[in-house]
Design a protein around this ligand. Sequence first.
Ligand code: SIN
Ligand code: MN
Length: 220
Amino acid sequence: MPLLAQGIRHLPGHLDRVAQEALVEDIRAIVEAAPLYVPTMPKSGKPMSVRMTNCGSLGWVTDREGGYRYQARHPVTGAPWPSIPERLMALWREVADYPNPPEACLVNFYSDSARMGLHQDRDEKDFSAPVVSVSLGDDCLFRVGGTKRSDPTLSVRLSSGDVVVLGGEGRLAFHGVDRIYPETSTLLKKGGRINLTLRRVTLPLFSSPRRGEGGRKAAG
Ligand code: SIN
Ligand code: MN
């Protein structure tokens, strides 16, 4: 994606088929413990077309009364979210270039007609951490622009196994999903697309030195 803001990286086919299948099994277990539900928009209460759940110590939720936020429990069952699978923690360590672990993984399920309007991910406290996104199942048309809603956008087709990192100057880029391309993948038996986004939500209490910034040089 050469024309995208610095810090937005598209890693096509980053996960091979075996890794994708293993991840689908992880997600199956998560959805069993924390069922997909229909989120609603703040104020209007309008249902979103994607279904959602989360894993991690925090999960991103939205509803008419409370708006966009992170919370530690599933809004329907009241149970704590299941933990983030180790293979996603490993992916974060591999691509995030950020010294602390993610706290939330939003799981979005797109049926053939689902989409997601252009938005920024800005409910987190630490924008120095990227958002790491994984696509599984059917292809989609992903749109990404700049930090203003009116900035020009670029459309990219994302396929199963692709990873996108929204970091650096691209961390607050507007993005969305314009459409799903049904029957373009055999990964999910019943079709559709799963998107996973790993997020750091809170500011770390103690931040470890970033790579290449490993300690102060002795004075004098
Ligand atoms: C999101 O912005 O939460 C999802 C993006 C995607 O589905 O690729
Ligand atoms: Mn987003």
